[in-house]
Design a protein around this ligand. Sequence first.
Ligand code: HEC
Length: 95
Amino acid sequence: MKFVLISAFVAAGVLATGAAQASPELSKSAGCAKCHEIDKKKKGPAYKDSAAKYKGKADAEATIFKAITDANGDHPEMKASPEDTKTMIKWILTL
Ligand code: HEC
């Protein structure tokens, strides 16, 4: 019972914080932060640079998703779920 209550609180917390603040956390939990930062180049490009590159393109979300999940592409293999990856891309495009 305790667990159910705690889960409900955690879920409410995530909803209350909203996507914009949940995503730096997601970047860490999904493992993206190992190679990416918001405004600094690390192993991979800064999220802001990627956002600028794709800004205004109608199919930006789908293009990025394909680019970073394609096993034959340039992007290193990652363990993030497709849902987390999509949430991350949506957020990156708002930066
Ligand atoms: C092991 C290191 C590593 C991890 C983990 C990683 N990336 Fe990357 N990422 C890279 C590198 C290196 C590039 C540059 C090569 C490329 O564009 O494919 C890149 C490129 C990108 C780009 C730019 C693609 C483009 O076409 O301009 C985006 C957006 C991106 N990553 C998002 C993510 C997201 C979201 C995650 C987590 C779900 C993630 N990355 C996890 C290393 C990583």
